[in-house]
Design a protein around this ligand. Sequence first.
Ligand code: C2E
Ligand code: MG
Ligand code: MG
Ligand code: MG
Length: 267
Amino acid sequence: MLISNDDVRRGIENDEFVPFFQPLVTLRTGELAGFEVLARWHHPTAGVLSPDRFIPIAEQNGWIDALTKRLMQKAFEAGKLIPEPLTLAFNVSPLQLHDLDLPKRIQSAAEDLGFPLQRIVIEVTESAVVDNVERAQTISNELKALGCKIALDDFGTGYSSLLHLQSLPFDELKVDRSFVGSMIQRRESRKIVAAVVGLGQSLGLTTVAEGIETREQAEMLLWLGCELGQGWLFGRPIPAEDLPTTVEMPREKISFNHSPGLWGGLA
Ligand code: C2E
Ligand code: MG
Ligand code: MG
Ligand code: MG
């Protein structure tokens, strides 16, 4: 089904967009560390739609702020189901990182609904940093002053990644899932992940791997020193009503059942 601009506008007017929540876990202990908020559209006829179907349309038509605001409100409302010290991570669009009002808007949404700013992570992709570095710096510094953390999302897939790494005050580095997905099969991917995790560590950043689908990937990432993990192995994105059971679910500890030798370490 082809989505038109009018469909998205109607969806926003009818408040059909909801946050889903995907678990992030501490690889070493298996403990839940927080959730990433991922937008979903409860479309009246097409079912639940993914962000790639509507985020670009919302961006192009200037509706992304309204959409983000509503998602944040709903996520902060559900935040009552997310105990301390678990975090909530939000994705912001490149355009929003150029909007000087962004920090104030996040602050008022969080304060209105009583979610602590210290437990908020803002995920930005590399393209967000490109056109106006100074403004992105101003906004990032304000977000940090409020207590929020900042993550560089999908690291390794944009351009001039390394340049952007030094331009903003990042707290976290998220390794793109394309590398994680192929790291067991491909020696090159494995080496890239190892290098990215090492880079993050040497810059003092929390390293996060996304798209972990197998135990073997989790074990290898842990062995490489990656701190946090996210992926279907630990849990798919879920609606707010499933948060209580997910928060209470015991998680399996990842241990070195396989010695690195089985997959050859980094060789
Ligand atoms: P992202 O921020 O990199 O989010 C991770 C994506 O990987 C999500 O896709 C998630 O469902 C998917 N994923 C997580 N674990 C696995 C796994 O083990 N295997 C596989 N195959 N996929 C996994 P999703 O939800 O379709 O979101 C796609 C992108 O849309 C996000 O990528 C993010 O850039 C963007 N997005 C999502 N929600 C929002 C939003 O509220 N605002 C903005 N501006 N962008 C959003
Ligand atoms: Mg993200
Ligand atoms: Mg990502
Ligand atoms: Mg991604």
